[in-house]
Design a protein around this ligand. Sequence first.
Ligand SMILES: Cc1ncc(COP(=O)(O)O)c(C=O)c1O
Length: 398
Amino acid sequence: MNNALNQLQPYPFEKLRALLGGVTPAADKRAIALSIGEPKHTSPAFVAKALADNLDQMAVYPTTLGLPALRQSIASWCERRFGVPAGWLDAARHVLPVNGTREALFSFTQAMVNRSDDGLIVSPNPFYQIYEGAALLAGAKPHYLACLDSNGFNPDFDAVPADVWQRCQILFLCSPGNPTGALVPLETLKKLIALADQYDFVIAADECYSELYFDEQSPPPGLLSACAELGRSDFKRCVVFHSLSKRSNLPGLRSGFVAGDAEILKAFLLYRTYHGCAMPVQTQLASIAAWNDEAHVRDNRDLYREKFDAVLDILAPVLDVGKPDGGFYLWAKVPGNDDAAFCRDLFEQQHVTVVPGSYLSREVDGVNPGAGRVRMALVAPLAECVEAAKRIRTFVEG
Ligand SMILES: Cc1ncc(COP(=O)(O)O)c(C=O)c1O
């Protein structure tokens, strides 16, 4: 058996189950889960129709590269969304469809890591757990950068020693972040691109929450925006990961893409060909419909905006919690600093589930940057989120 499997940590939800296993929640209260980051808004009907209309495509093998029409609709979306000049993103070379960003982040890491080097995968901390598991199974060592309140919940990249950059093979970014909701600023992205050139590493920007933001007038920038501003028309060393899961409430469609450096994507395509993870044609055709439409994405943002406003009205007076730059999580500081105890007692008294921040991060040099915080996903309908917020407030006010 692959001995690296032994290095994998239990997934945070497993730890959560163990924490809450022996606890009996208040019998008079209906369960509300703010723990799982699964979008719950309605999937767009026109995407479902496109899928249904093309079910006959089940009769054909899809190609790993995907349909030219899908890659073109993605390239055009990137141009519109991130200000990439027309013609820079060649749909044939710079875009690959993936079955959601989860598998893509994992398989990308397997394809990129050079096992003959003493390589590091540099990741924010707390982080989406796949970055770590992917690194370990690829034979690389994760290196964590703390995301603290004192630095806007972004890693302090200036403090990273040169020898870490020297050994870095992939730098994972998550912007807006899970769980912090923090955006990596455009100027930081540009600095990181300069570092990637200096030390020869790949920037893998997980931007699956990029379409969930609050100000319709200023969509958050991504790594492609930084490339556009720098005149980096070849996207050298830069790869972005996007998904329809959160943007379009299609977590079960399993559809996303990677875009960027053509040389890197060529190697990734070769890996994927053997990996065997081509996107079914009917899924590709439904995805084209989703990427070509923004109205449903604006409606989606409206729903989240309403929920964040309502929930923060209730929680901000009693908890240290702010509106994130994007995404659908609140990253709240808990009174007393014991996030697991907060989570357990909240479940027991109010039947509301949240995730302890320390389960989403690793302790480094005696400090766990997620400790003392909890993650709340505002994915349930408005009334349920409001009800949860009221119960959390009652719990905090004790
Ligand atoms: C930060 C982050 N990246 C990637 C994913 C994977 O999403 P999907 O595979 O649905 O695109 C998630 C899902 O929760 C996530 O939170």
